[in-house]
Design a protein around this ligand. Structure first.
Ligand code: SF4
Length: 419
């Protein structure tokens, strides 16, 4: 079966014909999309979507290039990140690292610093590892072969298909969340489309719909439709160039398709962080934690939560933030700092995938920053000169804000946490 979402299966006694390219198309059109989408219907569908894309696509910096390196950088940055947030990062990154070789030769610290604030830092680490492989194996030329592209760190089926089709015109269909939602609505398919069997079926459908003359534009058009018109909430069917082909729209409630995704329950995590502060405004940042061999770190693993980047001295809290932070500092700092006074700052909240993190940050006034191996003393206001995670940025901002604007403090820092 060419297009099977696990619904509308043929009766088992029906004789099966081996589908040719054409019959696969009819099977696809007849079963999932409205009957009007026969071979001519598919042509019209493609024409209308591409014409809409040509006229209404957003003017985005990565749409002005076919350089596989630049397309690759944009695709990696766009993963789980909004377009508006990516644009300034993309422009800065390409200005500093205009080609594979420049990225491969940079220090990891500089790459992470330019990525700092975009989140999901493994993307930046993998980018650089892949750039180093491209220099070592292909002389700095981005590979054109699918297998070679897919073997690079951080490149999966979606990213590989996007780079190869957009930059090199390969006939490969992309399937991301936006495209999957559009396809599911066109076929009025219900259920979690990330379920593996359904996802595979959607991938086949995306491949069958692909416009083979302009695969790069086609893929971008499908993604653009999902991002701008066929949005998760309140799809704008009146503006949709392919509305007449859509079963979800015909149902009268397109938003109901494909249905809600099962969400993992949020885990509550509490951390305490020390923001040292000298009379000259210096603070202490701990070095990026090294990689541990652990396969699956605990949900409150501090190294993971600070994205293995520079961070304030931080500890996961079980019960009493100030006591546990004092104990942690007593173990981490060299002796001779006297009794530390912990002044609570405003709480910082942060969400990472299924984790909901609350940070109880404390300012600790101190005459001189204690020496810890690998740690750095830097002006608090210059925290972003080092690569830091969004969590660390939020703590630094809370401390900077309160150094100028006294704010309400939490009533109590004793926590009663569920076991
Ligand atoms: S008609 Fe509506 S639901 Fe269907 S693809 Fe277009 S925007 Fe999405």
């Amino acid at each position: 079966m060419a297009f099977d979402f696990g619904i509308d299966r043929p009766p088992p006694d029906k004789p099966k014909r081996k589908p040719s390219k054409v019959s696969a198309c009819f099977l696809f059109c007849g079963r999932i999309l409205p009957a009007m989408l026969n071979r001519d219907g598919i042509k019209t569908f493609r024409k209308q979507l591409l014409a809409w894309f040509t006229q209404f696509q957003r003017d985005l910096p990565w749409r002005h290039t076919k350089d596989p390196y630049a397309v690759w950088i944009s695709e990696i940055m766009l993963q789980q990140t909004r377009v508006a947030a990516v644009i300034p990062y993309y422009e800065r990154f390409l200005a500093r690292f205009p080609d594979v070789r420049a990225l491969a030769e940079a220090s990891q610290e500089e790459v992470l610093r330019l990525w700092s604030g975009l989140g999901y830092y493994s993307r930046a680490r993998n980018l650089q590892k892949a750039a180093q492989q491209i220099v070592a194996l292909y002389g700095g030329e981005f590979p054109r072969d699918e297998e070679e592209v897919m073997a690079l760190p951080g490149i999966g089926p979606y990213t590989g298909a996007a780079i190869l089709s957009i930059a090199l015109g390969a006939k490969q269909a992309v399937l991301d969340g936006n495209v999957a939602r559009v396809l599911a609505r066109l076929g009025a398919v219900r259920g979690d489309f990330r379920e593996p069997r359904r996802w595979q079926s959607l991938q086949r459908s995306a491949g069958e719909l692909l416009d083979r003359k302009s695969p790069g534009d086609w893929n971008q058009a499908m993604m653009e439709l999902g991002a701008m018109v066929c949005t998760p909430r309140a799809p704008q069917c009146l503006l949709c160039p392919v509305a007449k082909f859509c079963r979800a729209r015909q149902s009268g409630d397109p938003e109901a398709f494909p249905g809600k995704r099962k969400k993992r329950e949020a885990v509550q995590i509490v951390l305490a962080a020390a923001v040292f502060s000298t009379p000259r405004g210096q603070t202490l940042l701990m070095p990026p934690p090294g990689d541990k061999k652990e396969n699956k770190p605990a949900a409150d693993d501090v190294a993971t939560l600070v994205s293995r980047m520079w961070h304030f001295p931080t500890v996961a809290i079980r019960k009493d933030a100030s006591t546990e932070l004092r104990n942690y500092l007593a173990d981490s700092l060299p002796p001779g700092n006297g009794a530390l006074q912990l002044e609570p700052l405003n709480r910082v909240r942060h969400a990472v995938t299924y984790r909901s993190v609350t940070v109880l940050a404390f300012r600790i006034a101190i005459a001189k920053i204690p020496r810890i191996q690998g740690a750095r003393s830097i002006p608090l206001k210059d925290f972003s000169t080092l690569p830091v995670s969004n969590l660390t940025r939020k703590i630094a901002r809370a401390a900077l804000l309160e150094s100028t604007e006294p704010a309400a403090k939490p009533d109590t820092l004793k926590l009663s946490l569920k076991p």
